[in-house]
Design a protein around this ligand. Structure first.
Ligand code: KG4
Ligand code: ZN
Length: 403
């Protein structure tokens, strides 16, 4: 089954073509195209994602990305479009005029691609951003008479480690090796919007057993980065600075000159809290910089200590859940698992649990992408519960939860 997957939940416009076979017993994926267009530079001056700007950029990016993903640059035919179909497209894309214009000009000139379904992120995310992808998917569905599979973005992150990318060049065809997931499984989801531990009894059967009570861990990375005056996007900048700490502090004692709390480390549940940690960083920097600006080495020490605190609470809670629920697979997904120190910590720690297989996504699949959406759609299609792959009318759901 060949799936065209679309992801526009935040500030990445992404399109992939993923083929899946083997069903739920032995799913094997092949990534035929993997394209991500990041809007980071556009949102950077605002210090965060501006929903309406994201909407506009998605409108501009989707058709060019689709052409790349289908490898159909240049191969055109004479446009033919029935009046009835055109009317439908105009209705579906009524709120995306820029996209509609490109769509009508380009899509009817393409040969109908050999795909079986279109997958699209339904939520959670920014609704003005989600709608662009959804309406694009619906319009393509009408144009090519294909079913649409709405996908929960978080389910995409959960399965992102099951797809292996080989080769860094996103334009190249990517060969794939698939990993087998054994149940029960435990998933740690760590992104800009979510921090959750999820128990998976089977494909598509989720139970959230713990989550953040305030900020998501990625959000905390971003906010702390801003406090330290680092450029947007904060998470990667902060982890880079943290990794330089030991190098910068050669003339200083090996011990970190600052200590930050580990919020909720010993609470008897699997919940998290990161907003207090962020505030602690704010007070600490205010105290340390009251006389003079913070030297680079001290900033690096704070970044390092913050990262250590975040890693310690994430790992402690997760492995406590491992002990309680005895999963056979531990999956980690979401942008924060791009963090090298965090990856290393989990890779080391899991060795204490030989019965547990740790699955971490390849770097290009940690942050938002459409390959994970295509993989999730294949698994839904292959029979996960509630898999109604139809052309159902569905809407964007900014707060969609995993269940
Ligand atoms: O999954 P994602 O791309 O989007 C959401 O669904 O939220 O995650 C983005 C988050 C941001 O908060 C970003 O700062 C964080 O992932 N992030 C990182 C790193 N790379 C991205 N956080 C820590 N260290 C990193 N290297
Ligand atoms: Zn995400």
């Amino acid at each position: 089954m060949k799936i065209l997957a679309i992801e526009t939940s935040c500030d990445e416009t992404a399109i992939s073509v993923v083929s899946g076979k083997g069903g739920l017993k032995k799913p094997v994926f092949k990534v035929l195209a993997h394209f991500v267009s990041s809007q980071t530079a556009i949102h950077a001056p605002y210090g965060g994602v501006v929903p309406n700007l994201a909407n506009r950029e998605h409108q501009r990016n989707l058709v060019p990305l689709l052409l790349e993903a289908l490898n159909s640059k240049g191969k055109r035919q004479k446009a033919k479009l029935k009046v009835k179909i055109q009317k439908k497209l105009e209705t579906i894309l009524a709120r995306e005029p820029e996209l509609l214009e490109q769509f009508l000009k380009t899509i009817p000139t393409l040969k109908i691609p050999k795909i079986d379904a279109i997958a699209v992120t339904q939520g959670p995310g920014l609704e003005p951003a989600l709608w662009v992808g959804i309406n694009f998917a619906k319009a393509l569905g009408v144009m090519w008479n294909l079913p649409i599979i709405p996908i929960n973005h978080l389910e995409g992150h959960v399965v992102s480690s099951l797809v292996k990318l080989k080769g860094k060049n996103q334009k190249a065809k990517l060969k794939v090796k698939s990993e087998n997931l054994k149940f029960p499984a435990l998933a740690l989801l760590i992104s800009g919007g979510h921090t959750e531990i999820v128990l998976m009894k089977d494909w598509g059967k989720y139970k959230v057993i713990g989550q953040t009570r305030d900020d998501a861990v990625g959000e905390a990375f971003d906010k702390v980065a801003r406090i330290l005056g680092l450029p947007y996007p904060g998470g990667p900048a902060l982890s880079k600075l943290a990794s330089r700490w030991q190098g910068l502090s050669l003339t200083h004692p090996k011990e970190s000159p600052c200590q930050l709390p580990r919020p909720m480390l010993n609470s008897p549940d699997f919940d998290f809290s990161f907003s207090g940690l962020k505030t602690a960083v704010l007070y600490l920097t205010q105290k340390l910089s009251s006389q003079e600006p913070l030297p680079e080495s001290l900033k690096a020490a704070i970044a390092h200590e913050f990262q250590e605190a975040a890693i310690e609470v994430l790992a402690t809670k997760t492995f406590r859940a491992v002990e309680k629920f005895k999963p056979r697979t531990l999956l980690i997904g979401g942008g924060v698992i791009a963090n090298t120190a965090l990856r290393k910590h989990f890779e080391t720690k899991v060795k204490d649990y030989p019965e547990v297989t740790l699955l971490i996504p390849d770097q290009p699949l940690t942050t938002d992408n459409a390959t994970m959406i295509g993989a999730a759609a294949y698994l839904r299609h292959a029979g996960a519960p509630k898999a109604k792959a139809g052309r159902a009318s569905f809407s964007a759901q900014g707060n969609l939860i995993l269940k």
